[in-house]
Design a protein around this ligand. Structure first.
Ligand code: HEC
Length: 144
């Protein structure tokens, strides 16, 4: 077999794989908002911009979240993100739970771990400025 034939076969097999995996779809429905976080408007604006896609039930699913295998990665982040911290269930947390989450938010933000780096590639507006961080940290420092 010559080289160009091998290349054609590889392309064909890849195409078949890419098409086949499109049938493995993820569940992109948003569960109901249960008990939304109440916070000052400036805090909510930043959280909605930078965190809500993964940490709430109000995820805005981007077009590429429909294309496997990217869809699987997006789904994993949203699913895991909601499990760790879900602002749509915030008011249902105990005071201790809220304080714990606030400490965790301070830690994640000050170490630049959140929002996830991969998310910032497609969402440049999610980057937190120094003043965004100050506003969030000030809010999260006030405990119940
Ligand atoms: C692209 C999805 C995504 C975005 C956007 C995002 N997170 Fe996360 N977050 C995750 C995932 C996934 C986890 C689970 C832990 C991990 O995989 O690192 C997580 C975990 C956390 C945790 C818990 C950490 C722990 O170890 O207990 C906090 C707190 C958090 N995120 C805060 C935020 C804040 C605040 C923002 C916005 C500034 C944000 N996240 C934006 C996906 C995201």
């Amino acid at each position: 077999m010559n080289k160009s034939k091998i290349i054609k076969i590889v392309i064909l097999i890849s195409a078949v794989i890419v098409i086949t995996i499109q049938f493995i779809q993820v569940d992109r429905t948003n569960p109901k908002v249960e008990s939304e976080l109440k916070a000052p408007k400036e805090v909510l604006t930043i959280l909605k911009r930078a965190c809500y896609d993964c940490h709430s039930n109000e995820t805005k699913w981007p077009w590429y979240s429909k294309i496997a295998p990217i869809s699987w990665l997006v789904f994993r982040d949203v699913d895991k993100g909601r499990e760790y911290l879900n602002f749509s269930k915030w008011d249902g947390l105990t005071k201790e739970g809220q304080n714990y989450s606030k400490n965790s938010i301070i830690e994640q933000i000050s170490k630049d771990r959140m929002p996830l780096w991969i998310y910032k590639i497609g969402h440049s507006d999610a980057k937190l400025s120094k003043s965004d961080k100050d506003i969030l940290i000030k809010w999260a420092t006030m405990k119940n």
